[in-house]
Ligand binder design. Structure first.
Ligand SMILES: [Cu+2]
Length: 393
């Protein structure tokens, strides 16, 4: 039913676009220089979006399959009808045949449509069942419709724990307000696109905070209502790296047209890198730089930061090796916090000791505290995030 609805919606839209584009050409010939948006709408687009998933390809096939069957029936029925009307018209002296309660005819007009319906239902059911099979997903993402933006939470798979909100780019909001739209991605640009890896099964769980929205990405052939208090799901496996666009597809209030969907499909390597960056950025955001830490908690945190970033060179023993100076017993580490902070933020010896300013204030304070209180270094001193904040200025 959903497919049929979706397909119907699409063909109706294609017709709508046709009349719109005709109207547009009639009124404003050379007004807007807008081009096709790869992965999004095309200028005067009539056909369905180029498919990027097997499901979308199947839907297009079904769409044309049904269209061909309907066209054949249409031509057949109207052909017979007009032929009969013309050929057997009363003015030519034809007498109406009378085949009331003809068993043969009644069986024929029951069986033939039945066969046609089965012929259409079989492949359609196959695709609907495939669309609903959200099992064995590599990645599960919850999308929450909100008036008027999307929330994305990575629930399972690589990137678990990532969560952010995706809103229309403010420049586009202004373009809309001023009535001067520009660019091929007009009203489709967001601040934070949904990022997913290519060739992975991504399960999308939809829900909503306020009213019903719908998550739709035509190139993937997905369209799923997002209903407050309920969860629904759908899935896709994008086969090509690129940017794909959709919109909220359920009238949800006055800004319904301003909650676009932008899915960035990237290679596995790029995805892993993005996940790392995103998790780091989120951890940094989660830390309050004004918090005052106890030694024990700082040591525990610092040990993790040290293990993730420093052991490769300075060793778990803090002894370093060759040109990599020992931290164990280092005069700077034990006695000179200001210099140590400076080395951490800016690096030393032309980058032989890298700069770590991408770490959060809390992480830098923690790793410094850790090195001040490990091995033979027993200063008992805690460096607080606020000191790093001050040193960054
Ligand atoms: Cu909406």
């Amino acid at each position: 039913m959903k497919t049929m609805k979706a397909l119907w919606g699409r063909s109706a839209r294609a017709l709508g676009q046709l009349s719109l584009s005709v109207a547009a050409t009639l009124t404003t010939q050379a007004a807007l220089a807008v081009g096709n948006l790869p992965g999004g709408p095309a200028v005067n687009q009539l056909d369905l979006h180029p498919p990027v998933t097997q499901i979308a390809r199947d839907q297009i096939w079904l769409h044309y399959f049904m269209l061909v069957i309907c066209t054949i029936i249409f031509l057949g029925v109207f052909g017979v009808m007009f032929y009969s009307i013309l050929k057997h018209r009363k003015s030519k002296g034809y007498k109406a045949a009378n085949f009331h309660e003809s068993v043969k005819v009644e069986i024929a007009w029951t069986v033939v449509p039945f066969i046609i319906v089965i012929l259409m239902a079989l492949p359609a059911t196959k695709v609907v069942v495939a669309m609903k099979d959200t099992s064995a997903a590599d990645l599960t993402i919850k999308t929450t419709g909100m008036q008027w933006k999307w929330g994305y939470d990575y629930l399972k798979g690589e990137g678990e724990g990532i969560g952010f909100v995706s809103t229309l780019d403010t420049a586009h909001r202004e373009m809309s307000n001023s009535g001067k739209p520009a660019g091929d991605n007009y009203l489709l640009k967001v601040d934070n696109p949904l990022v997913v890896p290519v060739d992975k099964k991504v399960r999308i769980i939809t829900t909503a905070n306020d009213v019903i929205h719908a998550f739709m990405v035509p190139a993937f052939g997905i369209k799923q209502d997002a209903i407050p208090g309920f969860v629904r799901d759908t899935w896709f496996r994008a086969e090509k790296v690129g940017d794909y666009y959709g919109q909220c597809a359920e009238l949800c209030g006055k800004e319904h047209a301003y909650m676009p969907i932008h899915v960035k499909v990237v290679s596995q390597a790029d995805y892993s890198a993005w996940v790392q960056d995103k998790l780091k950025a989120m951890a940094a955001l989660a830390d309050d730089p004004n918090k005052v830490w106890e030694l024990a908690a700082m040591m525990e945190r610092g040990e993790k930061v040290y293990a993730a970033n420093c052991v490769a060179c300075h060793q778990t023993t803090g002894k370093g090796a060759g040109p990599i100076k020992a931290l164990d017993g280092s005069d700077i580490v034990v006695n000179d916090p200001a210099k140590q902070i400076n080395i951490l933020l800016n690096g030393a010896n032309n980058g032989a000791m890298p700069a770590w300013k991408q770490l959060s204030d809390t992480e830098i304070a923690a790793v410094i505290t850790y090195t001040k209180n490990s091995w033979s270094n027993k200063t008992g001193k805690v460096v607080q995030p606020a000191e790093i904040v001050a040193a960054r200025k």
